[in-house]
Design a binder for this molecule. Structure first.
Ligand SMILES: NC(=O)c1ccc[n+]([C@@H]2O[C@H](COP(=O)([O-])OP(=O)(O)OC[C@H]3O[C@@H](n4cnc5c(N)ncnc54)[C@H](OP(=O)(O)O)[C@@H]3O)[C@@H](O)[C@H]2O)c1
Length: 320
């Protein structure tokens, strides 16, 4: 990881914070955000690695972000074992080397946030991390300590984006997140769902609350979200992050013996995994897809999609 990211992001808890106290940590982090990320050299490093059409815009700020991020559920929930952790750090390094930015995690994902923290300290070269985590507790007060814990585990401050996970106690937590955003402690806020659950409630929240991001499930076999939720997000200026792009790996398995469609090859996909991702990120109102993998070769394969030019509207219609 670059010195710039270290300077801005690796929490100065041991070096500075313990000497200055919690309020000083907060104000340091807020002051330090202006160097990151859109005007930084790392931003350039991403644009050099990624086809320009794969750089999406976050509606609420117009900040740019590459369209393939990474999930960490199960794949990064690993034991405190050096061999395993070093292997996952390679996965992380590959992600950054190929232009990845958004890493998605949650306190719900066991050791995943600790693994991210370990991996971020080991990565080298330039990186343009966009950190996303979640609050996942029915107890309002616990949301604050969860966020602080996530920052400490990642070794990153501020976390760029905080969601309310699965809408748990969402009204209380959203108010808290709005305060944190106001004070610069986070940069974006949102809510997450998955598996097509609670779409009606998500629709109401989208229509009544000020959100920067939603996260939901949308993939080749599950297109329900494109009917209402994604258009409503677009109309309200909300970024859409897509989880479970492979339906927890099931889709890659399901299609592995089916010939890759001609249109997928014409567009530059070499594998089903790539086509499944391209299907998602070519939706004009999808901002980032977050596939998860525990393997370096799969990460390379997935991130290679960032080299492919996104199809125009007419060509995408052939995918539908
Ligand atoms: N409510 C929520 O907010 C919520 C819910 C669900 C998920 N999420 C987020 O979304 C992320 C992604 O969803 P997910 O983890 O459920 O599933 P997913 O990304 O759809 O699928 C992950 C599985 O796909 C396999 N895979 C990845 N790349 C592959 C490739 N190129 N070829 C073959 N297999 C490949 C992985 O196995 P290998 O390890 O062998 O590559 C892994 O088992 C999660 O990690 C999490 O961050 C959020």
């Amino acid at each position: 990881m670059s010195n710039r990211v270290k300077n801005r992001r690796l929490i100065l808890k041991s070096a500075v914070a313990s000497a200055l106290g919690a309020s000083a940590i907060s104000s340091y982090a807020a002051d330090a955000t202006d160097c990151y990320p859109s005007k930084s050299p790392s931003r350039q490093a991403v644009t050099d690695k990624v086809h320009p059409s794969q750089i999406k815009s976050i509606p609420s700020t117009k900040e740019h972000i590459s369209s393939i991020g990474m999930g960490t559920w199960i794949t990064f929930d690993v034991a405190n074992n050096k061999t395993i952790r070093d292997q996952r750090s390679e996965v992380l390094q590959t992600f950054f080397d190929q232009g990845g930015q958004m890493i998605d995690s949650s306190p719900m994902y066991g050791n995943a946030e600790a693994m991210i923290g370990y991996g971020l300290k080991k990565t080298s070269g330039d990186c343009a991390l966009f950190a996303a985590s979640k609050i996942w507790t029915p107890v309002t007060f616990d949301g604050i300590s969860q966020m602080r814990n996530s920052e400490a585990l990642w070794g990153v401050e501020p976390i760029d984006l905080m969601y309310v996970h699965n809408l748990v106690n969402w009204e209380e937590h959203l108010s808290q997140l709005a305060e944190w955003k106001q004070s610069g402690r986070i940069r974006y806020l949102g809510v997450s769902t998955s598996h097509g659950r609670r779409h009606d409630q998500l629709e109401q929240i989208l229509k009544t609350k000020k959100l920067d991001f939603i996260q939901l499930t949308y993939n080749y076999d599950n297109r329900v979200a494109q009917e209402r939720l994604i258009p409503i997000a677009r109309d309200n200026g909300v970024a859409v992050v897509v989880n479970r792009p492979f339906e927890r790996g099931f889709l890659v398995e399901k299609y592995k013996d089916t010939p890759l469609p001609g249109i997928a090859k014409e567009m530059g996909c070499k594998t089903w995994a790539q086509f499944l991702l391209l299907f998602i990120v070519s939706h004009p109102d999808v901002t980032v897809a977050i596939p998860a993998t525990s393997r370096v070769d799969h990460m390379r394969e997935n991130m290679a999609v960032l080299q492919i030019e996104l199809p125009d509207t007419q060509t995408r219609e052939q995918l539908l």
